[in-house]
Design a protein around this ligand. Sequence first.
Ligand SMILES: [Zn+2]
Ligand SMILES: [Zn+2]
Length: 374
Amino acid sequence: MNDYYQDLGVSRDASPEDIKRAYRKKARALHPDVNPSPEAEEQFKKVSQAYDVLSDADKRRSFDMGSDPYAGGAAGFGQGFSFSDIMDAFFGAGAGQAQRGPRSRQRRGQDALIRLDIDLADAVFGAEKELVIETAVVCSTCHGDGAQPGTSRRTCDVCGGRGEIQQVQRSFLGQVMTTRPCVTCQGYGEVLVSPCFECSGDGRVRTRRTLKIKVPAGVDTGTRIQLGGEGEVGQGGGPAGDLYVEVAVRPHATFQRRGDDLHCTVELPMTAAALGTTVKLDTFDGSNELEIKSGTQAGDAMTLRGLGVTHLRGTGRGDLIIHANVQTPTRLDEQQEELLRQLATLRGEEHPAGRLSPAHPGLLGKLRDAFKAK
Ligand SMILES: [Zn+2]
Ligand SMILES: [Zn+2]
């Protein structure tokens, strides 16, 4: 259920004036013409829907009584209106004038997002990686201009060079004079006499580019690295967007990451766990000696400080935590079995008491859930 009051940031007894003011304020901050981020576009849709409902006395009343005209997911509301359309509706035609007129052929290029798979060791220490990206670069034939060298442009005769066509439209804002970009010249106000052969007038061409990137130590799956100006070059030779590299760390066969700590399990023969020993471990920092204390139990955790993942922010590293797993010997030969029996006798363990203790709390929770589901 949508809460349109909350979307607009007004109280439930807000006056029509309050609602109008709240929407105007939000539209100014969120309209896609003003704020190109996708989150803002989503929010703009939400507040426009909210405004549509709350600015209409009938719709507002039925919403207050619990029905939602957009509950079925009627999408796209408010999208057809440009920022200047909305400003004009509030302040009279011409208020959005700054936005009007033929648009520039130059645009900022789009941001791009690509995924980079790395190994856990790269996340621990950082790494340099080469990325091959498909992207748009400035056309070398027309240098981004879009016109075949030696040719010019002419004024569009459909819109007379204004780049837009006006029409009157009825909407939730009342009668609105809306403007649409001219289809013939795509809003530029002028038409290329002869578009560049290389880029068909776009001013850029697609190509493959190799990029060296420094992956900082400590990144994790989902970390985004922003490379300013490494995205697509804009149309008409406009500035390039940014490239975002989203890191995905491949699972490691031995080490699992939790925060900046690494976890693994070491298998210990029963005798080693009972008597204590040292074992050699291969860590990301090379070979390491781990001391096993006598009397180590299955599930005991041992910590090697500072051998985990480098902290992305700040200094230092997490720890390497090794969980003991004690292996009960199988396939005993006669002599081994005899020795174990003697040991059991010495310890008075031939017939253990079978002391019961409570189930592991985690396990108990799971059991309860299983019964609930039935
Ligand atoms: Zn070109
Ligand atoms: Zn035109």
